[in-house]
Write a protein that binds this ligand. Sequence first.
Ligand code: ZN
Length: 408
Amino acid sequence: MNRMCVHGIVIAFCLPLVVFAQSSTGAVSPRAKQVHDAAIVVDSHADTTQRLVFDKTFDIAARNTTGNLDIPRMREGGLDALFFSIWVSSDVTGADAVKRAMGQITAVRQTVREHPKDLVLATTAAEVRKAAAGHRIAALMGVEGGHMIADSLATLREYATLGVRYMTLTHFKNNNWADSSTDKPAHNGLTPFGKDVVREMNRLGMMVDISHVADKTFFDALAITTAPVIASHSSCRAIANHPRNMTDDMLRALAKNGGVVMINYHAAFLSEPFRVASEKRSGNLVAAMAAMSKKCGGNEACTTLEGERLDHEAMAKGELPAVPWDAIIDHIDHAVKVAGIDHVGLGSDFDGATMPIGMEDASKLPRITDALLQKGYTGKDVTKILGGNILRVMEAVEREAAKARKGP
Ligand SMILES: [Zn+2]
């Protein structure tokens, strides 16, 4: 998500994790371990790219004590494929936004080249499956915010050529052709050019990502797209009333489109009490956040890590309600009840948000499998949520693009 833009202010300081010490990786049942290991586990949204770009001390191959993921913790959590978010603040537009996005794409591609035993670039569902079969983690890319095409379909095509496989139509602010869920409506959804962007994405085989967009933009995109769409990192508004989350009507429409909602683990999207409290937060917290923002300057990796630290510190002090990790399960279960088992997946927002207590990093992912099995989900159902559903959508989007290439 990137927190600098959450209503203009950030949320909290991540308390020393010892305060919420969990039993190391969290023991799961042998059956959960078996189901989790056999599944292809896909996470459709992490902001770790900001660390690659801004944090010169960050080594993705080492087990870090900060942040939410790296290769060792992805391995431990059985994560087989990760979409690295290419994210530039919506305040940055035009050629500068394109330049910065290109720099991040280069950083992801370079990281993959530097770790060939662990990572491999993937652009299709088949490549994800092949990577998993070869015990390598598939690295994919999504551009988080349509402002990064600078109103140019040629730039969109360039991103596709470089391997980007989804684009979130907006970020926290409206762009010139689409309204965002966290800005004042300016276009009544998608403009005619915005509709052309959706058509071009269908043609290119890029998934249309409706996380962050205004409800009207979502319905406009659904009316235009010929392929299933995704919400790469959104949760359920029926549980946490945040405009970034999806209403039940949206979930039903997404299911009808054949798409998938990838549940976001951010505390303010999972928990209504946390959302309300954090939006009303005290002057102290606001002051702490302003100080943090100043300290970090334009370093987005710093902003994110410090933001999570602030939030967790506030949870430990009781200034914000503590959000337990199994809130993720409540959102998955709600989305399954409303949209169906074929339309739900995982889009953590790791390294870009405040993780709930007990899901501090990617090593904890098997807990989700364990909890769903305990709730009565079958192994087959859980496998769909872990990655089967998003792979199905990728294949459908690829088929649609192949049809477009052949022409009418
Ligand atoms: Zn986001």
